[in-house]
Design a protein around this ligand. Structure first.
Ligand code: HEM
Length: 458
């Protein structure tokens, strides 16, 4: 296997340049891009999408618009959201998991759901859930630290840990009873019938395909599992202050709509676990190639209390660790792209866009645009530490505007706490030299799970 290139950065340190897949050939059209999305979003878009802020490609009587620049993304997501709606493909791809949850709804129903849920996603929620995050991290790292030096599948560890955090934060329940089934179902979906297909983008929402039937069958099994977990959680309820996200959500909904509550619970588990687990995996991969940053994280991790008691305040006092997480989200945004559909004819950055056009916004291209980032190919968390922060619309791992991610603070705090705790008492190295490439299909996953090792450190 090829070894990974390392180039000196401007401050004289050795800076890791992670390998990336090549972009698509410039001649590829709309259908080629949509077909490429099923394989890998990182290599689905051609370079000309970056050169032109808004590129309109005709496809079977409808337009596909690639909006890869910051101004176009700001206009679609934040400045003029009324001109766009969610795409039907979103319902096809994610509907089996999230039903009518807030991420799937539109118009007045969405505004109402977002308003109801907002109180459950304030900074105090990070304080409420940080002890759960710290306790799950301790439980996961204990056995790994007992077998330091052994080859380690850190992708699996981080996925399991983030699912344990999502379930414990949501339900305060031990995940032993239902965690494996949840994990298997989520993996089954993400690895197969959940992957976007060109037909998801081309066909109208009401026209079923074979995949639609398979997704509906999955939905029945998934809902039965979520309802069983909720019933168990209700049975263990004790009155008093809210202790988890479920208390906050069910306080918000009361008994108005139990079905919708189940969809919101599914949304939060689905939206939160895969994305955060992958962020952690990629941050570990980058750190394993960057000894200076491992030391920087360790130094600050040793100055705070990462136990369940102290985690709530520690999360905000780890700037280097946070910068590593942000740099991982820049290079490997778990939600690698978002999309909308135009509801009226209009102009976007001076380019005419027709009603019905599908607008694709690849964050992968935005985050690595050389016009927006110095040496974008390099792993350099320092870019998030200086007094000049990256422009708001150059860095959109959590989206922007009224539909911005509700769990951004939770996810970032979780990733920061886990990484700090991991590096505090351990060194982390890769057991091999070969490249690991991002594959953007359901979320940004690695093309393989490399072996890591935890080593003791002074
Ligand atoms: C690293 C982790 C995460 C990433 C990268 C991420 C990314 C995103 C992005 C890009 C969007 C906007 C999609 C769009 O505009 O089309 C979004 C929406 C959303 N996220 Fe996250 N997310 C993460 C974690 C979480 C967590 C932990 C939760 C909840 C516990 C969550 C809940 C949501 C919800 C409910 C929405 C839909 C908001 C709406 O439509 O109004 N996310 N997320």
């Amino acid at each position: 296997m090829e070894s990974i290139p390392k180039v000196p950065d401007t401050c004289g340190q050795v800076c890791f340049t992670p390998p990336m897949p090549p972009l698509a050939p410039d001649g590829v059209g709309a259908l080629g891009i949509l077909a490429g999305l099923r394989r890998n979003a990182y290599s689905a878009f051609p370079p000309r999408c970056r050169e032109q802020p808004v590129l309109v490609l005709p496809m079977l009587g409808r337009d596909v618009v690639i909006a890869a620049g910051p101004q176009a993304m700001r206009d679609v997501l934040a400045t003029r959201p009324g001109l766009y709606r969610r795409i039907a493909a979103g319902d096809r791809i994610f509907g089996a998991l999230i039903g009518r949850g807030v991420a799937a709804s539109e118009g007045e129903a969405w505004r109402r759901q977002r308003r109801i849920l907002a109180p459950a996603f304030t900074p105090r929620t990070v304080t409420l859930l940080a002890p759960h995050m710290a306790a799950c991290t301790e439980a996961a790292l204990g056995p790994l630290e007992a077998s330091r030096g052994e080859p380690l599948d850190l992708l699996g560890v981080m996925q399991d840990l983030s699912l344990a955090v999502a379930c414990t934060s949501m339900f305060s329940l031990e995940t032993k009873a239902f965690g494996p089934q949840l994990r298997d179902m989520l993996h089954f979906y993400a690895d197969g019938i959940g992957r976007p297909r060109a037909s998801d983008f081309i066909l109208p929402g009401w026209l079923p395909t074979l995949t639609t039937f398979r997704r509906s069958r999955f939905r029945r099994r998934w809902r039965a599992l979520i309802l069983a977990i909720i019933a168990r959680r209700r049975a263990s309820h004790s009155a008093g202050a809210p202790r988890d996200l479920f208390d906050l959500l069910s306080d918000a909904y009361g008994d108005r709509d139990e079905d919708l509550l189940a969809d919101e619970v599914s949304t939060m588990i689905f939206a939160g676990h895969e994305t955060t687990g992958l962020t952690l995996f990629w941050a570990c991969y980058l750190l394993a190639n960057a000894p200076d940053w491992r030391r920087a994280v360790r130094r600050e991790a040793r100055q705070v209390d990462l136990s369940p008691v102290g985690a709530g305040s520690a999360a905000g006092a780890l700037p280097h660790t946070r910068a590593v997480v942000e740099e991982a989200l820049r290079l490997y945004p778990p939600a690698y792209m978002t999309a909308r559909q135009a509801v009226a004819d209009h102009e976007l950055c001076g380019v005419p866009v027709r009603r019905g056009a599908i607008v694709l916004m690849p964050f992968t291209l935005l985050h690595t645009d050389p016009r927006l980032w110095v040496s974008p190919e390099r792993f350099d968390p320092g870019r998030f530490l200086g007094p000049e922060k990256p422009d708001r619309y150059s860095f959109l791992p959590f989206g922007a505007g009224p539909r911005v991610c509700m769990g951004a603070q939770l996810a970032t705090s979780e990733a920061v706490l886990v990484l700090a705790r991991l590096l505090r008492d351990n060194d982390l190295v890769l057991d091999e030299d070969g490249p690991v490439l991002p594959v953007g299909a359901f979320a940004t996953r690695p093309n393989r799970s490399p072996a890591f090792r935890l080593l003791p450190c002074a």
